[in-house]
Design a protein around this ligand. Structure first.
Ligand code: 5GP
Length: 209
């Protein structure tokens, strides 16, 4: 029996300010663990080039999203950069029933909502080395105009100081070190005794077998 045979699935929740490298680091984590799945959120924003419905997001209209809120189908939701994003209860239920570990790439508002009801989830915040480097990276992407960059920097100044309650802070200064730290967090969390207590069962009743 291994750790993963005897424990419930774990929710790994990752947040970061825009430009900290979260998307690439999440992709690396998914590639590093064959038994870690990305949670697919519902989103009202337009599909970007190369994105697929049901793979990157479940793309829905604002009306459909509002209906999901009204019917309490979402465990968390938030408005981010003018669009609505949320995680469905169904996604978490299917993962829990299958004992699957899920990676949730969600913003701080959504993470704070999850923290209230999912105390066993693991909350990880990715930090840039500093604000100067963050701005350099946002500008370096060449995808956003000046107003968008300034808005993202303003958001970062609000999000970063509020990240104190997360379980782990990972600084993405050197990408490879950040990747290794995230792998270490997932590996360690999977071994925590509070999740794997069943492993001890066969050792406690000495002489029973
Ligand atoms: P993007 O539109 O660039 O894919 O994502 C924008 C932001 O929305 C990112 O910070 C991402 O973490 C956040 N986001 C994506 N899915 C969810 C979700 O289900 N809930 C919340 N609260 N935020 C999400």
């Amino acid at each position: 029996m291994s750790n993963s045979d005897c424990r419930d699935g774990i929710l790994f929740v990752i947040s970061a300010p825009s430009g900290a490298g979260k998307t690439s680091l999440c992709r690396e984590l998914i590639d590093s663990f064959s038994d870690l799945r990305q949670s697919i959120s519902f989103a009202t924003r337009a599909k970007r080039g190369g994105e697929q419905d049901g793979v990157d997001y479940h793309f829905v209209s604002t009306d459909a999203f509002q209906k999901m809120i009204d019917q309490q189908q979402l465990v968390e939701w938030a408005e981010v950069h003018g669009n609505m994003y949320g995680t469905s209860l169904a996604t978490l239920t299917v993962a829990a029933e299958g004992g699957t570990d899920l990676l949730l790439d969600i913003d701080c508002q959504g993470a704070a909502q999850l923290k209230k009801n999912y105390q066993q989830a693991v909350f990880i915040f990715i930090l840039p080395p500093d604000y100067i480097e963050l701005e350099k990276r946002l500008r370096g992407r060449g995808t956003d105009d000046e107003a968008v960059i300034l808005r993202r920097m303003k958001n970062a100044e609000k999000e970063i100081p509020a990240a104190r309650w997360y379980d782990y802070l990972v600084v993405n200064d050197d990408f490879e070190s950040a990747r290794q730290q995230l792998i270490a967090i997932v590996t360690a969390e999977r071994c925590r005794s509070l999740r794997t207590a069943n492993l001890l069962d066969k050792f406690t009743a000495k002489g029973d077998k």
